[in-house]
Design a protein around this ligand. Structure first.
Ligand code: NDP
Ligand code: BG6
Length: 502
């Protein structure tokens, strides 16, 4: 086991303002991520959090919540929490921002936050523009006295479709410059998503076969066994295409298929991602219907437990047409990928939580092992397991021991957890740390958001027309049967993920 440990890089002094401080994301992700950074020595001692939301909390109530949300927190988190402040107010009210300005001044004078600001829009998307605008009006879109930076972290979803995303972007840009804006996609914080870059560009052996000459098809699967949990109301406004494909899947797709960047800094990597996304073919409305499947789960059994159907979930319309499953067949029109089908599927209440990218390679030009001898031989495949049991598997043919020359497919496995002692900072801690340090590499640039919406928009439009049907599947299955046809037409089949790894 290798274990290269690097000393923690501390963030600069700063005041962090959380809009949505009483909400679910703050409680489940942001506060635990901050506690993780604090207790690993990665936060500056001069760090202050100011929460802003409508709930009528005192500072002490917010501080209590920050301790309840992180039950096993260490001493540094407890020390920092005792300074947390809270503003109870409506984002549409200027009094909210007056109070906030007072507390930011106090953070600098009392806690040495040095005029540096990180605003986090962890609130409902319909008020993103309102908050950005109010911050600008109050002069809070620039660093405080002596400060070096003032940044805005924006949660997903960034827009509801291409046109609303462009409107939101215009509003946010009226208040903040692009280099101040950090659009979050938590998939980019996953070590194994970043490992796609290492695998492709730190190794010489993959590049020659990473193209249309050798790759038969590519499949990206983001499967979840959970349903919509307590987020039925939100999910009704989103659906699987907006919730997962427009952001997480597009990011994984771009990293898997893009050209090599000439440097590992934010713009070199994002330039290549954008170039790739631009090359994704945009279907006509008829093609969009033909190349997509949308599904919704019925009651079923997941992890041996009976579960209700989507329409019976809390906060969901009993006649809802929202999709909880999507399968797409995409094309990337460039020299590297022309003609290679790219299959995407994501869904809730599937049999397991598995995110993987599978490259299936073309068969050998001539197979000397005929019939029975090669019955168990499948084409070569390279599987990038994003989660769980993060790693990489290479599937190839091997001789079955014995007299007959029979061959079957076997897998060569790399597992992150057994190779590295320290699997590093993952997800929200990593992304928050990067935003505080001003590293935008793992954040989504304005043109990436636009391109990702450009790709999914035709499906949204096609599905809203008569004929853009919804197909049902039982919870605990791999989605509607019709999703198989999307591949069978080209002689392909969905890969069955190895559930022993999930
Ligand atoms: P919640 O509904 O739980 O929280 C919303 C927060 O915003 C609350 O603190 C609420 O305050 C505050 N708020 C809303 N409107 C106003 C207003 N007009 N004035 C003042 N405060 C307001 O949402 P989530 O935490 O679930 O989601 C927040 C963001 O994070 C969303 O963009 C979501 O898409 C994103 N996200 C959430 C995930 C999750 O697992 N929850 C996962 C990935 C992204 P109050 O309740 O006090 O009125
Ligand atoms: C979020 C979606 O962005 O990602 C959720 O809103 C989904 O619906 C979640 O469950 C999946 O994230 P992860 O890290 O568990 O794969």
């Amino acid at each position: 086991m290798n274990g290269v440990t690097t000393p923690p890089q501390k963030t600069p002094p700063l005041a962090m303002v959380i809009f949505g401080a009483s909400g679910d994301l703050t409680s489940r992700k942001i506060l635990p991520a901050l506690a993780n950074l604090a207790d690993h020595g990665r936060l500056s001692e001069n760090f202050q959090v100011i929460g802003v939301a409508r709930t009528e909390w005192s500072d002490e109530d917010f501080q209590k919540a920050a301790l309840v949300d992180v039950p096993n927190a260490g001493s540094e988190w407890r020390r920092l929490v005792s300074n947390f402040r809270y503003v109870s107010g409506e984002y549409a009210a200027s009094s909210t921002f007056d109070q906030l300005k007072g507390l930011l001044g106090e953070a600098d004078s009392k806690h040495g936050t040095g005029g540096n600001r990180l605003y986090y829009l962890a609130t409902i998307p319909s008020v993103f523009a309102l908050v950005a605008d109010a911050l600008a009006k109050e002069g809070c879109n620039v660093p405080g006295e002596g400060g070096d930076f003032c940044r805005l972290v924006v949660e997903k979803p960034y827009g509801h479709d291409l046109s609303t995303a462009l409107d939101l972007d215009a509003a946010v840009h009226r208040a903040f410059d692009e280099d101040q804006i950090f659009r979050i996609d938590h998939y980019m914080g996953k070590e194994t998503v970043q490992n796609v870059l290492a695998l492709r560009f730190a190794n010489a052996i993959f590049e020659p076969i990473w193209n249309r000459r050798y790759v038969e098809n590519i499949q990206i699967t983001v499967a979840e066994s959970i349903g919509v949990e307590h987020r039925g109301g939100f999910y009704e406004t989103a659906g699987a295409l907006r919730d997962i494909v427009q952001n997480h899947v597009m990011q994984v797709l771009a990293l898997t298929l893009m050209e090599s960047p000439t440097g590992m800094d934010a713009d070199h990597i994002r330039d290549e991602k954008v170039k790739l996304l631009r090359a994704v073919d945009i279907p006509t409305p008829d093609e969009a219907v033909d190349k997509s499947v949308r599904g919704q789960y019925l009651a079923g059994v997941v992890d041996q437990q009976p579960v209700v159907g989507y329409r019976q979930e809390d906060g969901v319309d009993p006649h809802s047409e929202t999709e909880t499953f999507v399968a797409l067949r995409l094309r990337v029109e460039n020299w590297r990928w022309a003609g290679v089908p790219i299959y995407i599927r994501t869904g809730k209440r599937l049999p397991a939580r598995v995110t993987e990218v599978a490259l299936t390679f073309q068969g050998v030009p001539f197979l000397a092992f005929e019939g029975e001898l090669a019955r168990q031989l499948r084409p070569n495949a390279l599987i990038l397991r994003i989660q769980p049991n993060e790693g990489v598997s290479l599937h190839f043919g091997a001789k079955i021991p014995g007299e007959a020359f029979r061959v079957q497919s076997v897998a060569m496995d790399f597992e992150y957890n057994s190779a590295f002692a320290d699997t590093g900072m993952d997800g929200y801690p990593r992304l928050l740390h990067d935003a505080m340090n001003g590293d935008a590499t793992l954040f989504i640039r304005t043109d990436e958001v636009e391109q990702a919406w450009r790709i999914v928009d035709p499906y949204l439009q096609a599905w809203s027309e008569p004929g853009g049907g919804l197909h049902f599947y039982n919870a605990g299955t791999w989605g509607p049967h019709i999703a198989d046809l999307l591949l069978e037409r080209s002689g392909d089949a969905w890969r069955v993920p190895d559930l022993s790894k999930s």
